[in-house]
Ligand binder design. Sequence first.
Ligand code: HEC
Length: 155
Amino acid sequence: MRIASKLFFLIIGLALAVPGFAAKDPLKNAMKARQGEMQLRAFNVGPLFAMAKGKIDYDAAMANKLAGNLKLLLDLDTSRHWPKGSDIDNYMGDTTALPKIWTTYPEIGEYGKKYATAVNELAAEAGNGVDALKSKIGAVGKSCKGCHDEFREMQ
Ligand code: HEC
């Protein structure tokens, strides 16, 4: 009897847990993944801006590494990060992604290409002195902002 009732509760427990897990919205995971990637971009590019502005000392090895990290992120296949419907109209509070990303697709790809070009150029020069860094960092910042202005709801 006791074993039977334990088994009963175990089965009930599983029955409750499994649908709960299955019901977890996969679009929310995708939004978290892309926001995580954006956070990595910001975390790596931040000190590069600070070096270019003279807010922290220029460090060639660090500049090279940080720009290399940005370049490495370009290799991620992020296609699963942007499922249709995962926009601010459907997920207010979870995302700042505008529906325009999907309604004008593939326009955003052009902004992504500009960003990739800017990052590749930065990665080639960031370790070659503060002037070299300065000459390439502006285009990176512009490409971040350019895309955000078009495709992100800014508070
Ligand atoms: C091609 C377009 C594009 C480019 C280029 C781009 N972003 Fe974004 N970024 C977005 C979109 C769209 C969102 C909104 C994502 C969301 O909320 O789901 C976003 C969100 C963010 C966020 C907020 C993430 C969060 O936790 O909500 C940060 C930080 C960010 N981007 C930093 C950057 C930085 C730094 C760069 C450049 C080094 C950059 N982005 C380049 C499109 C872009």
